[in-house]
Design a protein around this ligand. Structure first.
Ligand SMILES: Cc1cc2nc3c(=O)[nH]c(=O)nc-3n(C[C@H](O)[C@H](O)[C@H](O)COP(=O)(O)OP(=O)(O)OC[C@H]3O[C@@H](n4cnc5c(N)ncnc54)[C@H](O)[C@@H]3O)c2cc1C
Length: 435
């Protein structure tokens, strides 16, 4: 029986390993660096119901989630607000991450072998292919290594340069965030809009949020692209508290700094004996860093491709990448173009775009859910009337929308079969587009 080693017990692994093992055709081993009781995060995150419903996967257990409320977006000057009105049945679920992971581990453990508190350090490469992983002094051999160990994967870094797989992301492709639930300040009143996201907070490259949690605490995030120096954090926390007096200094959950990938998916996710998935393949929505639904979708695609072809060779694995790109990866290429433009946009321009309604509920809802921002000709003319005073900015917005569409088209033009030359050419076009 062929052996597959999964590195990292993220949601992608928990879904794919279970499916592959349950077929009875593969032996699956999961290596996870954390102890079982410390897996994932000690808080809830927002995941769309589609992650479960569309993939026919078990819903989180009752009592481990609630329906998230609509976002209110606030531009840098803080003198405008856009509150979304996504209907209740389409809103994300805020799900306890650790409990969801534990539910999926229990579901898989009769067929999958888990080794917790085991960190994989590097890939073992022999004869020009990956043949396993090294964990401390131990060598673990396998027919395929599935890398689910995150954006800064040590395994990906240990691939040879000529694999064509990106080994390290650029600094500005990583979002560094403080996340904590703070005790609500005694005597403070509740804000009218509960989920408040500050875009380019203080004019800096990143966001902050303050969300009044149903538990009564306040969910705080302060994140900046590329890094979060101590001074930046202290200033941002002070400013966030001034705008949201319900935040106290006392932390009740979390309180850690984490790294989230915010770029389009890897141009190459596969090599001989190796495949990347989830954050390790940069599958988050580039605009907001949400990745759980994408990881679960990718896991279903990977398992399906392997089981259908009954093969682990790179020609088969390439089909996984093709299907992922056609499913959503290509769209995320377009979203990445928009994200780069917004991050480079002057704070005053962002203020103006939101105040004038040039970027309104529809556009913000698309951005927040990883969809393409679309503007028809009629809509664009309407916006032109509202924004004639800033024609240059509108032209720039129109150009970026065009480029965003071009990026998505390029993503969909992924070579449909494994052809080294065609893939290298496609990859070069992508590099040029984002240069
Ligand atoms: C503050 C914050 C808020 C977020 N909010 C949301 C949200 O609301 N919605 C959403 O969809 N996403 C959110 N995300 C992103 C989301 O957490 C990730 O996209 C998602 O968890 C990726 O899943 P994955 O399957 O790639 O595995 P991951 O969750 O990345 O899991 C990787 C696993 O690999 C393990 N590991 C790492 N290195 C090794 C190694 N060398 N050896 C063995 N094990 C290793 C880790 O311990 C971890 O368990 C958020 C992330 C952060 C940090």
């Amino acid at each position: 029986m062929k052996k597959i080693v999964f590195v990292g017990a993220g949601m992608a692994t928990l879904v794919a390993a279970e499916k592959l093992a349950r077929s009875g055709r593969f032996e699956t081993l999961v290596l996870e660096k954390n102890a079982r009781e410390n897996i994932s995060y000690d808080w809830h995150d927002d995941i769309n119901r589609a992650a479960f419903e569309d993939n026919l996967l078990p819903m989180p257990q009752e009592g481990t989630y609630f329906t998230k409320r609509n976002w209110t977006f606030i531009p840098p000057s803080e003198n405008a607000e856009v509150t979304l009105d996504i209907p209740e049945d389409q809103l994300d679920l805020s799900i306890e991450r650790r409990l969801l992971a534990e539910q999926y581990i229990r579901r898989a453990e009769d067929v999958v072998t888990f080794r917790f508190s085991t960190q994989a350090d590097a890939l073992i490469i022999e004869g020009g292919r990956v043949v396993g992983v090294r964990a401390g002094d131990e060598k673990i051999y396998a027919d395929l290594v599935v890398d689910n160990s995150g954006a800064l994967s040590k395994l990906r870094e240990s691939l040879p340069e000529d694999s064509g797989v990106l080994r390290r992301p650029k600094e500005d492709e990583i979002f560094v965030a403080y996340r904590a639930f703070h005790k609500k300040q005694e005597g403070s009143s509740d804000p009218e809009s509960t989920n408040r996201a500050y875009l380019k907070h203080l004019g800096e490259v990143g966001i902050s949020w303050s969300i009044l949690d149903p538990s009564g605490s306040v969910n705080v995030l302060i994140g900046r692209v590329g890094g979060l120096p101590k001074e930046t954090f202290i200033n941002a926390f002070r400013a966030l508290k001034a705008s949201n007096p319900n935040i106290s200094d006392e932390i009740v959950r979390g309180g850690i700094i984490c790294k989230i990938p915010i770029r389009h998916p890897l141009e190459r996710m596969v090599w001989d004996g190796y495949v990347a998935i989830g954050d390790s393949a940069f599958m988050t929505i580039p605009m907001i860093g949400s990745g759980v639904e994408n990881s679960m979708r990718a896991a279903c695609i990977l398992a399906d491709v392997i089981l259908s072809a009954d093969s682990l060779d790179k020609q088969t694995l390439w089909q996984y990448q093709v299907r992922y790109y056609l499913d959503r990866g290509a769209t995320h290429m377009g979203v990445d173009v928009m994200k780069r433009w917004l991050l480079g946009c002057a704070p005053k321009s962002l203020d103006w775009l939101l105040q004038k309604g040039i970027v309104g509920k529809k556009e913000m809802a698309a951005a927040a859910t990883g969809k393409m921002v679309k503007l028809g000709l009629g809509e664009m003319i309407g916006k032109l009337f509202k924004g004639i005073s800033k024609l240059g900015l509108l032209v720039s917005l129109s150009n970026v929308l065009t480029k965003s569409n071009r990026a998505a088209r390029l993503g969909r033009a992924i070579p449909k079969t494994y052809d080294e030359k065609a893939i290298a050419k496609w990859q070069a076009k992508i590099t040029k587009l984002y240069r």
